[in-house]
Design a protein around this ligand. Sequence first.
Ligand SMILES: C[S@@+](CC[C@H](N)C(=O)[O-])C[C@H]1O[C@@H](n2cnc3c(N)ncnc32)[C@H](O)[C@@H]1O
Length: 485
Amino acid sequence: MKKGDTIELRITGYAFEGKGVAKINKSLIKPNPDLTEAERRKENYVVFVEGAYPGDVVVAQLRKIKGSFAEAKAIEIVKKSVFRTEPRCKHFGVCGGCKQQDLRYEKQLYFKQQQVKEVFKHIGNLTEYKFEDIIPSERLYFYRNKMEFSFAVKRWLTPEEIGTDEVIDRSFALGFHIPRIYDKVLDIEECYLQSDVTSDIVNFTRDFFKSKNTPVYSTETHTGFLRHLVIRVSHHSKDLMVNLVTSKEDDVLMNEYKEKLLEKIPEVTTVINNINQKKASIAVGDYEKVLHGPGYISDKIGKYKFRISANSFFQTNTLQAEKLYGTALGFANLSGDEVVYDLYSGAGTISIFVSEYAKKIYAFENVISALEDAEQNAKMNNINNVEFIGADLYKTFIPVVEEKQLPKPDVVIIDPPRSGMHKNTVKDVVALNPGRIVYVSCNPTTQARDVAMFVSKGYKLIKMRPVDMFPHTYHIENVALLEKI
Ligand SMILES: C[S@@+](CC[C@H](N)C(=O)[O-])C[C@H]1O[C@@H](n2cnc3c(N)ncnc32)[C@H](O)[C@@H]1O
């Protein structure tokens, strides 16, 4: 068979990134003429199928055929798995946002746990530890506090739109990128991830700029004005931030947008314009202008209040963040006498959350605005036992520790980006010789790799507990505890 051909498959497993797994005989797809019939019959082959769950029988189109596996996409469901449910959103299936809205929530949780165990077994060769049940998300919808939408000069049309006689403007879109198609965006009219007002803001923003014929920034020609729309909402207060990312300044247009937006959606408490002059398509500006309100929102995790500015990292599911940090705090098992290092500390949220239970905390982070927010957050919460330190944890940070003559840590809490830790940083932590390491991660694959490194250097993986921060997606947050042997 070749790429593009279709094949009927029975799905029996669940794999990385939420794909279904079908186990077949290799000769069905890639027969080897050099083998005898008997040898061929023994050849097992795996097909990873996007859009399919265990229990499904699907017709799948082959996308990639390799020596030991193939990748395919389900194009027709012949028999539905009992794990399936009706998706809520009209954009489901086209939008890449919540790919698992059609999988029952208890099964989402089950598969996430299985994934963590499998990844630790296959990548880290780790099987001996206590596994605590995943903590489900309190909310299944409207759980995100931050949403990032993109403008595009190429609008993705749905099959229904293509089928109508209506003349449709394809040259302007505001919504989400279509998976794997980097330049096309689906106009999002409804979304159940943040709040109803979010959809109102998105629809208003699209209508406003379309009516003004404002050009969208093109990643091909690097011309145009509109780049991203970022919306942040507070869970515990009524704060609501609208941040428009543009390629340059236009005070007249932006002021008119702000005025009309506030007229239409008075719940908005702050409006910001980030200006990104770089070619890279990121929703973070080189600088920002505050057009209305304080330029930040405030929210709470546990009893602590946090200031969140447009570009600083904040856990996207506020209610679950409390459970995540609570799990990390429980694993750290602090008595009040410990020196704690918080690596990749962002806006200081973990440091502040655990501060009551430690003697002193040193927090390390390399984003200046996050460090500034962290200082502000500690002050706001009257926390005096945390010191925030600028350090690039891609390089060794021991020189910073030595220069500042910091005491060695009893406990190290680590919460790196998806790419995980640099091996220099793993080495540094080992050299600092903490009794306990609590590793929080949004990517169990890199976490398993790093944990295996700690295990090879004299640490034991004691226990793990995932926390579901991202319902309807295959993304997993996991907390691991290591102890010095
Ligand atoms: C997953 S976030 C965790 C932030 C924080 N612990 C929290 O819970 O909100 C990862 C953090 O690592 C920081 N980071 C990424 N690369 C870094 C580096 N090379 N050195 C220091 N910090 C880095 C990011 O700026 C971000 O704040």
